[in-house]
Design a protein around this ligand. Structure first.
Ligand code: NDP
Length: 459
């Protein structure tokens, strides 16, 4: 039986095609469940445009789009502080270069495997297209766990990782950045090793660099700020505003911290945030200076928040976060962190907006619940695109040997987020799904990539 709902004859034909392609993907790589999930969600969303434009099927666009142009795995040997050799696995998936050089972050986390990297690189392709910048899609990383490692170990790991990665990247071919476990420190070590191996200063090869050597002001804040700018547009369209609303944010990393910062600046109260061990609830509003000190400076656990804020509560269960009543939920930690039960709880507690700061944080069941219940729900592809958009602005500054002010970058980011919002709204409306941001974002991104692929022939 088909996994897609049927309505008309044209839809039936499209559906058969989607089923066939999806089945081939499952057969070919049966263990890649995160990648399957991303493809299935994507297929559901683009169905209306395939029905309207059969030319995409004639060009075998779906088969081509779901196969990465290149997927690299490599050994990463490094020596720990005890002199023992450790081995990790490195990945880079160069998914699609139809509209520009591959672009996407590196994730260092023990859960990283080919399925995770493929799902991230696949979604990155359409997200990047949606930004309006000339960048293709890629992603990479390693199953290396930076937690508990010394600075020297992190540096030696990054140097070894780059010693292999250098063979595949460059300012005009593939430009990595940070993601989970890869922040300014790691990008610094990776850039240093790239420069040494190449023997030239190619600033545009990595983004998220330190400001003193080619980084862009506003990049650190971009994903979190962009998330909140997108939410602001959603609320504005409904005649509401952020000021006075209660917000719950998962995680306490790069995306979370700057989403909290912008939400607070715009008058919202952030009542809870988390890490992978548990969450803190502070009814008076989370003190962001404390979170920054704990997470950005001291690399400590969110549980330590209550030491300086005794009226706050710490609960050792990171998923329990979603049972806290709020108007706006911003999942900013990791994939599949909101499941069906969490989504039901959020709806029951009266959530009005769910915007995905992290990549694929809602399971398909959870996303369906938000859509059925008419919650304002926006997917990662649109919501967290601000990070890569400003990475692209960093590349532009590097290539022209210029550096823009924070305000200039932030204004451009704000404009890009408004444009992304508009593209989503228009694409959703044009395909008979008004207000469906998942359909709007996916179709707007897909159309750009697919049209470029057709124009470039079977490559
Ligand atoms: P960070 O490493 O800076 O922070 C990740 C945060 O999520 C940490 O607080 C971490 O807690 C928490 N976390 C990780 N795994 C889990 C888990 N299984 N359950 C609960 N919490 C968890 O990463 P980023 O902020 O950079 O990235 C967060 C998300 O945003 C990812 O999905 C990433 O792909 C996406 N993203 C990031 C962009 C960027 O510019 N950084 C751009 C676009 C998307 P702990 O410290 O305990 O590990």
């Amino acid at each position: 039986m088909s996994i897609f709902k049927t309505v008309s004859k044209e839809e039936e034909d499209v559906q058969r095609h989607l089923d066939e392609v999806f089945s081939k993907i499952q057969t070919r790589d049966p263990h890649e469940k995160e990648f399957h999930q991303a493809v299935l969600t994507f297929f559901k969303s683009i169905k209306p445009t395939l029905v309207k434009n059969p030319t995409y099927l004639e060009h075998q666009i779906l088969e081509r789009l779901t196969e990465p142009e290149r997927a690299i795995t490599f050994r990463v040997p490094w020596v720990d502080d005890n002199g023992k050799v450790q081995i990790n696995r490195g990945f880079r998936v160069q998914f699609n270069s139809a509209i520009g050089p591959y672009k996407g972050g590196l994730r260092f986390h023990p859960t990283v495997n080919m399925s995770i990297v493929k799902f991230l690189a696949f979604q990155q392709t359409f997200k990047n297209a949606l930004t309006g910048q000339p960048i293709g899609g890629g992603k990479g990383g390693s199953d290396f766990d930076p937690k508990g490692k010394s600075d020297g170990e992190i540096m030696r790991f990054c140097q070894s990782f780059m010693t292999e990665l250098v063979n595949y990247i460059g300012p005009h071919t593939d430009v990595p950045a940070g993601d989970i476990g890869v922040g300014a420190r790691e990008i610094g070590y990776l850039f240093g090793q790239y420069k040494r191996l190449r023997g030239s200063f190619e600033a545009g090869v990595l983004t998220g660099k330190g400001i003193g050597y080619g980084g862009s002001l506003g990049r650190k804040e971009a994903t979190g700020y962009g998330t909140v700018y997108f939410v602001q547009e959603m609320l504005k369209n409904e005649g509401h505003q952020l000021a006075g609303s209660k917000v719950v944010v998962s995680g306490s990393g790069n995306v979370s911290i700057y989403a909290m910062e912008k939400a607070i600046e715009l008058g919202a109260t952030v009542v809870a945030c988390s890490d992978s061990d548990g969450y803190v609830y502070d009814e008076a509003g989370i003190n962001l200076d404390t979170v920054k000190q704990l997470k950005e400076v001291e690399c400590r656990r969110i549980s330590d928040y209550v030491d300086s804020h005794p009226s706050a509560t710490y609960v050792e269960d990171c998923t329990g976060l979603w049972s806290i009543p709020c108007d706006i939920a911003l999942p900013c930690a990791t994939q599949n962190e909101i499941d069906e039960a969490a989504a039901k709880q959020l709806v029951k507690n009266g959530v009005k907006v769910v915007a995905e700061g992290a990549n694929m944080p809602s399971t398909p069941d959870a996303a369906e619940i938000f859509q059925e219940q008419d919650i304002l729900f926006a997917p990662a592809m649109a919501v967290n695109a601000g990070g890569v958009a400003v990475s692209s602005l960093e590349m532009a500054q590097n290539s022209t040997f210029s550096s823009w002010s924070f305000q200039e970058v932030d204004e451009k980011l704000h404009e890009i987020m408004k444009n992304i919002y508009q593209s989503c709204i228009e694409a959703a409306e044009a395909h008979g799904e008004p207000g469906n941001f998942s359909v709007g974002a996916t179709i707007a991104g897909f159309t750009k990539v697919a049209d470029a692929m057709i124009a470039q022939g079977a490559v």
